[in-house]
Each structure stands twice: as structure tokens, then as C-alpha cells.
Design a protein around this ligand. Structure first.
Ligand code: NAD
Length: 368
């Protein structure tokens, strides 16, 4: 029988979106675990996409999904993305992700995270969790009381702490490699760069760019943070929508996914797109091709924002920030490799990157 996640007993809701095996985002997931605990109110889904290269490592997102179907879709999409991210980064890790359904401002408790930790533990190390949107390192401390299969713990307890500086460094490396490919020099000095979203990653990225004397424009919905970053680094503030019209060399989306779409591509005047946000292309194939046809270099998001994953991976073998930064620096070379492959084969960079990731997994399978 087909597996179904029924959110409401209503014929209107019995759409394909509610399926698991036939969900368009399912694509060969190895295991999907639904976790429920009445006492703590825990409702979680752990998705393990692929463990060929190693245990599936991916954060736990705490989000108030409109429906269970939306949560299923999100966890499947995210966990598959982690498979590509780990593979392209050369890590011995598979892809997985988890979501907890609820309001992260109201529904968190030690009991809930400990119960969740027991579910993670029941997978025996096939899935290793970490923080993500809506969860933080302190929540992971509770999870860690029930399982050792958790990474991204606070620095005070020997963990890797906030991954954002490392993520920003990887984005910076990907951006420099793209500049090298485009202009023959990786110097960003004098380049005009628009950073959308100056939160955890964006602020560190602006710091790297300011140090290199780039001209930086910034936008954010968070007024105070925007002013703080502008004052700290002398960046120029632009409006939320106006950022797409800035006369820029590089567009760096560090807030939301889907901002590279048909509408924005008609406005963006940049030569390079390189940022930390996940799923920047609204539609991978269509917009990946449109970007290429416009002569814009798109540094694949899942590669250049992999610093955070590299950081938590480093924690598994005894954390050392320098080692994590050195491993993240390699994003520069991998970006160049992808950009060359994209040119040689005339395929969008996102496709070139996925092919390299898939080949690494296939090689491992064939060597068994
Ligand atoms: P964050 O929440 O700290 O920062 C995001 C910022 O974007 C916030 O300041 C927010 O106010 C702003 N923002 C939201 N909507 C906006 C809009 N419409 N226009 C402009 N700004 C807007 O998150 P973060 O940790 O800095 O992550 C940024 C992005 O990078 C996210 O997409 C995240 O998934 C991705 N990412 C982060 C990491 C990491 O290590 N933190 C790793 C990989 C990927």
C-alpha cells in the first residue's frame, strides 16, 4: 500500500503532495522516520537520503509548517540537498535532515529535545543531527543527553559552536574563485558586491569583503542589524527590493532561497551570483540555464555554503577551528573545477556540480 501522511480527513487534502514514496522530493530516500511523543508534544520527521559515503549528517529544523505535507516535502528536499553538499565537499558523510513541527518560540522544552534525542539514537548512528533554522547549540545539548549522534555543540563543551564564520569563509572562497574564473584575478578589491541579508553569515561575509576593499551594498528586513553592519564596515544600505537594481559585479544572496528567478534575472546586472542562502535558483534547471545564457557565473549554493557542514564534520574527530577553515578553503578549488566543467560541457554550473557529486557516490558504490 502507498504510504500516506494524511493531515486532515478531507478529500480535498488527499493529493499527491501528501504521499511519501511518490512525493517528487522522495527520490531514492533510504529511510524516513516519523517520531511522535504525546507527553512532550514532539512531532518530528527524520529523513535519511543516502549513506553511501558515510552517516547522514544534517541539522534539525524547528518550523511551524502549515501542514504535515509541507513538513514532509521540506525534510525530503533538504535531506537530498545534504547528500550533494557532503559529496561535493569531499566529506565521508551521507545526506540527511530532520524537522520538528512546531513554533520554536513556544514549543521548545528540554523534555521534547531529549525525547527527540532518543529517536535519533534509535537509528544507531545512521543519522547525526545538528542545529538548523529554529534550533540552536543549547537545544543540541539536551539532545546530546540522550545520544552521542549530535554535532554542533557549544564551544564551551568542546564543540564547534556557531558555524556561521566558517560558512561565510566558504562563500568568500567560492566568490573569489568565481572572480578568478571570470576576470582572471581573484581580487575583489574595488568590486561592487550586494549582500542580501546581513544576519549570522552575511555579517561575517561583509567583514571579509570590507577587508578586501570591495564596495559593499547591503539589505535586510532587520533595521537594527542593517544599521549595525553599515556602521561597522562602512557598507551602503539599499532597499529590500532595490538590491536587484544595484549596478553590481556580484550578487550575494544570504537571506532567502528562490531569489534568482525570471523576474530578478531581468533586473540583475551582475557578473557573478555567490551567496550562502540555500536553493537560490527558484527553478534549478530553468534558472540555471537562464543564468548561463546571460553570461552570469552562478557558484552553486550547496557547494559554497558547505563551510557549516565542514565545521560540524570536523567536530566528529575532535574539533579544531584551524582544520575546519583549511578544509573550507578547498571550496575555492572545487568551485574552479565546476566552473571549468560547466564551460567545457556547456551545462549550468548546478548541473556540473551535481554530476561531480553523483560520480563520487557512484564510484564508492562500484568499489564495494
Ligand atoms: P540569519 O537568520 O542569521 O540571517 C538571515 C538574515 O536575512 C536576517 O538578518 C534576516 O533579517 C534577513 N532577511 C530575511 N528576509 C530578508 C529579505 N527579504 N531581504 C533581506 N534580508 C532578509 O541566517 P544565517 O545563519 O545568516 O543564514 C543565512 C542563509 O544562509 C540562510 O538561507 C541559511 O539557510 C543559509 N546557510 C547558513 C549556514 C550557517 O552556517 N548559518 C550554513 C549554510 C547555509
Amino acid at each position: 500500500m502507498e504510504s500516506k501522511v494524511v493531515t486532515e480527513v478531507s478529500a480535498n487534502h488527499q493529493t499527491d503532495e501528501h504521499t511519501v514514496f511518490s512525493n517528487p522530493s522522495f527520490v531514492n530516500h533510504e529511510q524516513v522516520v516519523f517520531c511522535y511523543d504525546e507527553r512532550t508534544g514532539l512531532k518530528a520527521i527524520i529523513a535519511v537520503h543516502n549513506t553511501t559515503l558515510g552517516p547522514a549528517l544534517g541539522g534539525t529544523r524547528f518550523w511551524n509548517y502549515k501542514s504535515e505535507a509541507e513538513a514532509v516535502k521540506d525534510v525530503l528536499r533538504l535531506s537530498r540537498g545534504m547528500t550533494f553538499k557532503a559529496a561535493i565537499s569531499g566529506l565521508n558523510l551521507g545526506g540527511g535532515k530532520a524537522v520538528i513541527i512546531g513554533d520554536s518560540k513556544k514549543d521548545k522544552s528540554e523534555g521534547l529535545f531529549r525525547r527527540y534525542g532518543q529517536f535519533v539514537n534509535s537509528l544507531g548512528g545512521k543519522y547525526i543531527t545538528a542545529e538548523d533554522v529554529g534550533t540552536n547549540v543549547n537545544d543540541m545539548v539536551f539532545v546530546n543527553k540522550e545520544t552521542k549522534f549530535v554535532s554542533g555543540l557549544p564551544e564551551a563543551t568542546g564543540g564547534s559552536g556557531d558555524p556561521s564564520p566558517v560558512t561565510a569563509y566558504g562563500v568568500y572562497m567560492g566568490m573569489k574563485a568565481s572572480a578568478k574564473h571570470k576576470w582572471g584575478s581573484d581580487s575583489l578589491s574595488g568590486k561592487t558586491i550586494a549582500v542580501q541579508g546581513v544576519g549570522h553569515v552575511g555579517e561575517y561575509l561583509v567583514e571579509f569583503l570590507a577587508k578586501e576593499n570591495a564596495k559593499v551594498y547591503i539589505s535586510d528586513i532587520h533595521e537594527e542589524q542593517l544599521k549595525h553592519v553599515a556602521q561597522r564596515f562602512g557598507s551602503e544600505i539599499v532597499s529590500l527590493d532595490g538590491i536587484y537594481d544595484v549596478d553590481m559585479d556580484i550578487y550575494a544572496p544570504c537571506a532567502l532561497g528562490g531569489t534568482v528567478n525570471t523576474e530578478t534575472l531581468n533586473r540583475l546586472k551582475c557578473s557573478i551570483i555567490a551567496g550562502s542562502a540555500n536553493n537560490q535558483l527558484a527553478h534549478e534547471l530553468d534558472h540555471g540555464k537562464m543564468v548561463m545564457d546571460k553570461g552570469i557565473i552562478y557558484a552553486p549554493d550547496f557547494l559554497i555554503n558547505a563551510g557549516g557542514l565542514i565545521n560540524v564534520y570536523s567536530e566528529l574527530n575532535g574539533y579544531n577551528r584551524e582544520n575546519a577553515m583549511n578544509a573550507t578553503q578547498k571550496i575555492y578549488d572545487v568551485t574552479l573545477e565546476i566552473l571549468r566543467k560547466s564551460d567545457e560541457e556547456n551545462v549550468p554550473t548546478i548541473i556540473a556540480a551535481k554530476e561531480i557529486a553523483e560520480k563520487r557516490i557512484a564510484d564508492k558504490l562500484n568499489s564495494k
